[in-house]
Design a binder for this molecule. Structure first.
Ligand code: XMP
Length: 507
């Protein structure tokens, strides 16, 4: 049987990062509610348990708790942030609000004789994000890391294989976070590492065949990585039963609609392009609220599919390239809703399809790219930078019009042309129509034209990201081309905000 690490969810935003961090070290992981009983856990036979962070305070009666018996199962446990506080609190330690909390990258001193920190230097920078902290450790525990404001930044009870970290080893903002997870998995849990993406393909192919039988499936093909890989996986599972519909909502980048049509119409798929530009614009008339825009686009998408499906007779299955991060960011039971991703939050309840198939919903972006390659997709498709489902509609601030879209398309194309000349490209780069105007001067004339913002980010997972420090030379070239080549733009600014606190997209 495959090794399993259980990630017990207490509402932390990084729970999928934890699960992904584990999988990227070749150990299969699953996320389950924090309320899972010790008996249920024992039946699942995991080699390790990770308790996630969460927004609550453990000492409040309504905060989520875990079954205290899980600490007696003999299965190694790693509590992260709230998870560490919960473990210590349940086992008799004390948790209190810290004097000022710690938010961001913090220097820490580690006790490197602990197996959790084996191979690390004593000084290590960590991502902290907490106000509460453990002030008294339970019996049998010792502190193995401290920061200026947190005496127990990590703790262990090695004889019972219980470990806690107040920081977040799962994010790229913690130096050597991967090594810490690796130590937990391989040294403490004794993992062998038997998880392979090929297993995912095999199990999905089996599952899709079982669910679909001889019925037909309709796939929303956007030409992005996710839906392209989804198409490929589905055609492997049920060749001949798949119809791919590409809805051109009019919010695509320059020439993108035609390129997608060209790429997919030559493949072994039943490909249909629906030119729905006018009806999407009509739906967004007068709408300025970002969530409302996303919701309307999502709804219209589904309507178009329903109509197309109706023309083709009874197609009971709708497939979507939804991936794991789409689901978390749309808000789990315990997490807060950050943004409605069109392919999750926007789905209306009266969906006319009998069933929705989301074969990639267990995977992270980088896993989807690897899967695409394994399925034989060309790298220009699998390595594409991400593009949001609602497209340029969420990069035009406020009301979307054809005129604004035209300006943004050109500005975005200029930015892409210039970035694509570089040896190293950011993971995502695009232009934003800010909707703001500013005074300028062109020739001898005073102008009052639009402001375009440029955004470029480096990230491992899109859950957090840093803005890319593009060189001034590149930025000036883009700015000068945009202001010279596009009438109606007087100024170009560069977004230097990271995520958090900003998101990648502006809306
Ligand atoms: P945010 O703006 O949430 O973006 O920091 C994280 C990543 O997700 C992409 N994104 C979307 N993808 N549908 C999608 O399929 C959406 O509605 C959507 N909104 C954002 C974004 O481009 C970035 O890569």
């Amino acid at each position: 049987m495959k090794e399993l690490v259980l990630v017990l969810d207490f509402g932390g935003q990084y729970k999928e990062l934890i699960a992904r961090g584990v999988r990227s070290q070749s150990v299969y992981s699953e996320i389950h509610p924090g309320s899972l009983s010790a008996r249920e856990i024992k039946e699942m036979n995991p080699i390790g348990i990770i308790l996630t962070g969460g927004p609550n305070s453990v000492y409040l009666p309504e905060s989520p708790k875990c079954d205290p018996e899980i600490f007696k199962l003999g299965i190694p446990v790693l509590g992260i942030c709230y998870g560490m506080q919960l473990m210590c609190y349940i086992l008799g330690g004390e948790v209190q609000p810290g004097k000022k909390g710690e938010f961001g990258r913090v220097k820490a001193t580690l006790k490197t004789s602990s197996p959790l920190f084996s191979g690390l230097q004593e000084q290590n920078t960590l991502l902290m994000s907490h106000r509460d902290q453990v002030t008294v450790l339970p019996d049998g525990f010792i502190g193995i890391a401290k920061t200026k404001d947190c005496p127990y930044a990590a703790c262990e009870n090695p004889s019972n294989k219980l470990y806690g970290v107040q920081f977040h080893p799962e994010t790229e903002h913690t130096d050597n976070g991967e090594k810490i997870l690796e130590n937990f998995l391989y040294t403490i849990c004794g993992a062998k590492g038997d998880y392979r993406l090929d297993d995912y393909i095999d199990s999905q192919v089996r599952e899709i065949r079982e669910r679909v039988g001889s019925e037909r499936v309709l796939l929303a093909l956007s030409g992005g990585v996710d839906s392209s890989v989804c198409a490929s996986l589905l055609s492997k599972a049920i060749p001949g039963q798949l119809t791919c519909i590409f809805v051109d909502h009019g919010f695509m980048r320059e020439n993108e609609g035609d390129e997608i049509e060209k790429a997919f119409s030559s493949q072994q798929l039943n490909f249909i392009r629906v030119n729905a530009q006018a009806r999407f614009l009509e739906k967004l008339k007068g709408i300025t609220d970002p969530e409302e825009k996303r919701k309307r686009i999502g709804e219209e998408f589904v309507r178009v599919f329903e109509e197309e499906a109706g023309k083709m007779g009874n197609i009971p299955f709708l497939a979507q390239g939804t991936i794991y991060p789409d689901i978390i960011e749309s808000g789990g039971k315990l997490g807060d809703v950050i943004k409605s991703h069109h392919n999750v939050g926007g789905l209306p309840e009266n969906l006319a399809f009998a069933e929705v198939i989301e074969p990639l919903s267990g995977l992270f972006k980088d896993e989807v790219r690897v899967l695409g390659k394994k399925l034989g997709l060309p790298s220009w498709l699998t390595e594409r930078q991400p593009f949001p489902g609602p497209g340029l509609a969420v990069r035009v601030m406020g009301e979307v019009t054809e005129e604004k879209l035209a300006v943004l398309r050109r500005a975005d194309a200029i930015m892409c042309e210039e970035i694509e000349k570089l040896k190293e490209r950011p993971q995502q780069y695009f232009a934003v129509y800010t909707g703001a105007h500013s005074v300028g001067v062109k020739g001898d004339h005073r102008t009052y034209d639009g402001i375009i913002a440029l955004r470029a980010v480096n990230t491992r997972d899109f859950m957090t990201c840093d803005y890319t420090p593009l060189s001034h030379k590149v930025l000036s070239r883009i700015a000068s081309r945009i202001t010279n080549e596009i009438s109606g733009v007087s100024r170009v600014v560069y977004d230097i905000t990271s995520k958090p606190p900003a998101t990648v997209e502006w809306e």
